[in-house]
Design a protein around this ligand. Structure first.
Ligand code: AFP
Length: 344
């Protein structure tokens, strides 16, 4: 694919005359079109009346809905209603939006991920997953490895759309002069050995021991078992973390923890974990719950949560080893307190 190729040309070449691929391409183009509108709305923010204020409502998971959450959800649904779909699953809609039961695809999406950052002018995004619709099977009941395509849009300094249709990962950046997405990177591969991890460290006391052990190894740095110093990031916006990992490697962790309702973490399987895991694996990385591959999971409910540990393969594998063989933890001399830098 040559640099500068437009997204619509890319999806057209992918689809050819194949009916299923044409349906996938139409969904990608519809989401991309809505994302351009969303990018322009976010870019105007308060000038467009966007305040980031709560709407007095909550989504199915109890997250407070911001004005922009609702607007983005409406914009994406409006775009997808122009194409054939069997069902839509949105973070902002408690129930499925049903379409044509004989349509070839269904779409799960988070219209605005990271929306708690809106009023701080931080990067947010849209995440989507396109799955086959099998007549007779409930929508979104297949494991994540059955996805046909997945991607996310990052509304940051650039608005960029990260996409995989099952043949690697390509990145397209919005050219605002003609409002088209143009390829800036193709066949993206995650760097393998980056010493960077992302986790919300304020939850340390709630983590399972394997997560504490992994973070402890990173914090021990060059004097510890990993024999190198690590950097830490936590943006609070999954799309920004994923884009950074695609760009320079590292690992992101949102594990399950002991807080009520967080046994399976915070992220939702269908429209956050599955699409992110698909992208990361397509870029040569790994995506795990800590104990099993995220793409092997099948949802039992549309807003089901799942732990997500994703990034450079060596780090994801290390975290899995620590979960499956606690004796593998190398931290014996606690830096402070009991087996940990943080007092428990
Ligand atoms: P919001 O969409 O409610 O801002 O949540 C964002 C998110 O789902 C994901 O994008 C972040 O990685 C994660 O939550 C941050 O969670 P914490 O606020 O618990 O750190």
């Amino acid at each position: 694919m040559q640099q500068g190729l437009t997204l619509s040309r890319h999806t057209s070449e992918y689809a050819g005359t194949d009916k299923l691929r044409l349906a996938v391409a139409a969904a990608i183009d519809a989401i991309a079109g809505a994302s351009i509108e969303i990018s322009e709305l976010i870019g105007r923010g308060p000038l467009a009346g966007i305040t980031g204020e709560a709407q007095g409502s909550s989504n199915a998971d109890g997250d407070v809905q911001k004005d922009l959450d609702v607007r983005c959800d409406e914009m994406i649904i409006a775009g997808l209603k122009k194409i054939p779909f069997a069902a839509l699953a949105s973070e902002e809609s408690e129930t499925l939006v049903l379409g044509d039961p004989d349509a070839p695809i269904s779409v799960a999406f988070d219209p605005l991920d990271g929306s708690s950052n809106i009023d701080t002018n931080m990067t947010v995004g849209t995440i989507f997953s396109i799955v086959p619709n099998k007549p007779g099977e409930p929508p979104f009941s297949a494991p994540g490895h059955c996805q046909l395509a997945a991607g996310f849009v990052v509304y940051g300094p650039q608005t960029s759309l990260v996409l995989s249709v099952g043949n690697g990962v390509d990145i397209f950046t919005l050219d605002r002069r003609d409002r088209t997405y143009k390829c800036i990177r193709e066949q993206v591969q995650i760097p393998e050995h980056t010493a960077e991890f992302a986790i919300n460290a304020s939850n340390h006391r709630h983590w399972e021991q394997p997560v504490r052990d992994f973070v402890e190894e990173c914090l021990a740095g060059a004097d510890g078992p990993r024999s190198k110093d690590f950097n830490m990031r936590w943006i609070g916006s999954l799309v920004a973390e994923a884009y950074r990992i695609l760009t320079r490697g590292g690992v992101f962790l949102y594990p399950g923890d002991s807080r009520p309702g967080y046994g399976d973490g915070r992220l939702r399987l269908l429209y956050e974990c599955h699409p992110m895991a698909y992208i990361i694996e397509q870029a040569g990385g790994g995506a795990s719950t800590g104990r099993e591959r995220v793409l092997d999971l099948a949802a039992k409910s549309i807003h089901q949560r799942a732990p997500l540990i994703m990034g450079s393969v060596d780090k994801v594998q290390r975290i899995e080893v620590l979960h499956n063989d606690p004796a593998a933890a190398n931290i014996t001399a606690p830096l402070f307190g009991h087996r940990g830098l943080f007092r428990v």
